[in-house]
Ligand binder design. Structure first.
Ligand SMILES: C[S@@+](CC[C@H](N)C(=O)[O-])C[C@H]1O[C@@H](n2cnc3c(N)ncnc32)[C@H](O)[C@@H]1O
Length: 220
């Protein structure tokens, strides 16, 4: 809980202070080949400011999210706010499933497409520029999120329309009013890839829900 609050405050503060066109705080942390290619072909500015800045999920946490998703061959995964595409690329590489990454920021879309190309998973993965709040998500059986608590809340009406048995995995942030079926903690070595914002104990949390989720009593 302490970690989630810490991450939410950091992401909120960083999102508020970033302009529409400024690169993510963790730009320097990305692999040079991907960052260089993205820089070579300048992307247009987003149509509107992203609701949260790009902070990548550390690979160890991506791996845990995908393990918890219990992915089968017929699954289709959507990552809402896909950043550099690491979740969709890992899902395709490890599990051979179809995946779609959506991001509102054209720079992230460019980077993610480049990552898909380098990984050779273009036959499985699509990257689309879109505002996640406008999407019909019913084509997905697995959804991954690393947004903010209030953005997870805003997505709930769309997520509630997913098919029975669909899995939702969220890095660090819960969905108030929805009881998770599983919560796991991952400790990440400070200073690793995607570990730009780390709290003092390096802890990350992954929440899992099954659709339809059980309501959770929350304090008024
Ligand atoms: C914290 S990053 C997570 C990136 C990736 N999912 C991961 O876990 O590594 C959030 C991403 O959401 C994107 N984003 C913010 N608001 C969005 C919106 N309304 N629609 C689509 N993407 C959005 C940002 O551009 C950013 O890349």
């Amino acid at each position: 809980m302490k970690s989630s609050l810490f991450f939410a405050l950091i992401l909120l503060a960083a999102s508020a202070s970033h302009s529409q066109t400024s690169p993510a705080a963790s730009e320097a942390e990305r692999p040079a080949s991907v960052a260089a290619k993205a820089a070579a072909a300048p992307a247009p500015a987003p149509e509107r400011k992203p609701d949260v800045i790009f902070v990548p999920t550390p690979q160890a946490v991506v791996d845990e999210m995908l393990r918890m998703a219990e992915i089968g061959p017929k699954d289709v995964l959507y990552d809402l706010g896909c950043g550099d595409g690491r979740i969709v690329v890992t899902a395709a590489q490890r599990y051979g499933v179809k995946a779609v990454g959506y991001d509102i920021d054209p720079l992230r879309v460019q980077e993610a497409r480049e990552k898909v190309r380098i990984a050779g998973v273009g036959h499985l993965v699509r990257i689309e520029q879109a505002d996640v709040f406008t999407l019909d998500l019913t084509g997905a059986s697995v959804i991954t999120l690393y947004l903010l608590p209030q953005l997870n809340l805003r997505l709930m009406p769309q997520l509630a329309r997913l098919r029975t048995g669909a899995r939702i995995l969220s890095h660090n942030f819960d969905m108030r009013g929805a009881k998770p079926v599983e919560v796991r903690h991952v400790t990440v070595e400070p200073g690793g890839d995607g570990d730009f914002f780390v709290d003092e104990d390096g802890n990350h949390t992954v929440y899992k829900w099954l659709v339809p989720w059980e309501p959770e009593q929350t304090a008024p």
